[in-house]
Ligand binder design. Structure first.
Ligand code: 0X9
Ligand code: CA
Ligand code: ZN
Length: 324
């Protein structure tokens, strides 16, 4: 297996350009908007994909977030794959057409643009995970955005309190500039008191896993997570994993995290929120930097899983034979 070179993956600017191109080619289906700025001032953008994209129709909304972790470049490729697949298959493929006629998709291709640029654009990969926000009173840079969400933040030994730590949780919940931008965007999808986003995947690498809440506890149920909720998470997670060959499990079965996005999205916003850990399964196949020639295979591998989530976005409980 050859190692990846930084140019094997789209840069942040190239991601922006690809989104602009899709928007230009499919103005009826694609609309992107800047939702805020990163710590270093780069635009964080969300791309809406739906029929009648310029109208906020009363349809279930599904969110896909990518690249919270800087070095997980395959996840930004995943966003571009989904964008390309949805736009090119609309009007041709019956399933895609029906889903875009009845759902509103939001893609955030890079939650952590500063980290992505830092990791990719110096000539060689930097093995960087966190954002690039300075920490007061420390020379160590960066917050682990996936320990910075505002639910049970820092509760349970699933993050680091040291600015130099790889899983540094930040100085407080949503202290990470990018966490706050994305959290505000999600809260902004509450219309007439109802969160429009019903389902979510946060894409990471690597290990080939489908994960669901809670991450902060080993318990299968918990505050705001009933037995029916847990059954729906497991059924939908397992259904998606059957399509891509990943291993489905509760997040904490991997390891405990606190301040992760899925726990917040579920507990605070009622969103059926999953983490996908993409290719490879192990370090031997490239770890965070698999060679660029796997990108097509490993993004299209998630086609059915993405469509499965979209199809259950009206009622995730249906996946478990329950009508929530
Ligand atoms: O640790 C993370 O944030 C994710 N893994 S990664 O290697 N991409 O950093 C996993 C988060 C899933 N949540 C739990 N395992 N609790
Ligand atoms: Ca629509
Ligand atoms: Zn990650």
């Amino acid at each position: 297996v050859g190692a990846a070179a930084p140019e094997d993956y789209h840069t942040y600017d190239e991601v922006l350009a690809a989104v602009a191109e899709a928007e230009e080619a499919h103005p009826d289906l694609v609309s992107s908007q800047v939702i805020g700025q990163s710590d270093e001032g780069r635009d964080i953008f969300a791309v809406k994909v739906s029929a009648n994209v310029d109208t906020d129709e009363d349809e279930p909304e599904v969110l896909f977030t990518h690249n919270q972790h800087a070095r997980e470049h395959l996840t930004a490729e995943m966003a571009l794959y989904t964008l390309g697949e949805l736009t090119s298959q609309y009007g041709g493929d019956a399933e895609v057409t029906e889903l875009l006629d009845s759902r509103e998709v939001w893609l955030i291709p890079s939650v952590n643009p500063d980290g992505k640029v830092y990791d990719q654009e110096s000539g060689e990969f930097q093995m960087w995970r966190k954002n690039r926000q300075p920490n007061e009173g420390s020379s160590s840079v960066g917050t682990d955005l996936n320990r910075n969400w505002a639910y049970e933040w820092g509760c349970c030994g699933g993050s680091s309190g040291s600015p130099g730590g790889e899983t540094y949780r930040g100085s407080g919940p949503e202290s990470g500039t990018e966490t706050q931008v994305v959290a505000d965007f999600v809260r902004g999808r509450v219309v007439d008191g109802e969160q429009q986003i019903t389902a979510h995947i946060d894409f990471h690498t690597y290990s080939e896993l489908v994960l669901w809440p809670y991450g902060y506890t080993y318990d299968q149920t918990g505050p705001g997570l009933t037995e029916d909720d847990a059954a729906a998470f497991e059924a939908l997670g397992t259904a998606m994993a059957e399509t891509n060959g990943y291993t489905p499990q509760q997040s904490s079965d991997l390891y405990i995290t606190d301040g992760g996005i899925n726990d917040w999205a579920w507990a605070d916003q009622g969103i059926f929120s999953f983490t996908f850990e993409m290719y490879p399964r192990s370090q031997a196949d490239g770890g965070f930097y698999p060679p660029g020639d796997v990108i097509d295979r490993e993004t299209s591998r998630n086609r059915e899983a993405v469509l499965t989530l979209l199809s259950y976005a009206d009622c995730a409980y249906r996946a478990a034979g329950l009508e929530g």
